[in-house]
Design a protein. Sequence first.
Length: 126
Amino acid sequence: MLDHLSLGVHDLDRSTAFYARVLPTIGYQLHRRDAAEVAFGPETDWNFFLYPVDPGQGVVGTRTHIAFRASDRRAVQRFYAEALEAGGAAVPDRAPAERPQFGADYFGAVLTDPDGHAIEVLTRAP
């Protein structure tokens, strides 16, 4: 079981603003922010971190993505809409929808954040 994960980002302020706008749609909040680290998570659990990376260093891994679980379909749709308005980019053919190839109960979407990280949001609730 995973305990936490982190992403390297080129512009910590831009990425913090993006995730601070998007993550509350699934119950996450900003817990800590300083020049070297930003921490988000639900309630008192810090489980998603952003770290600044020097210009010129890569931050996106091929075929790597993070999937956040949402409580319901409306939360998936809110997350996706907020992400696009906050500077994320749509991934072709991955707007919020049912995708039975991932399970009869799957409803989700994939987009990229301002650094190009692939971010999935999904629910398995009806």
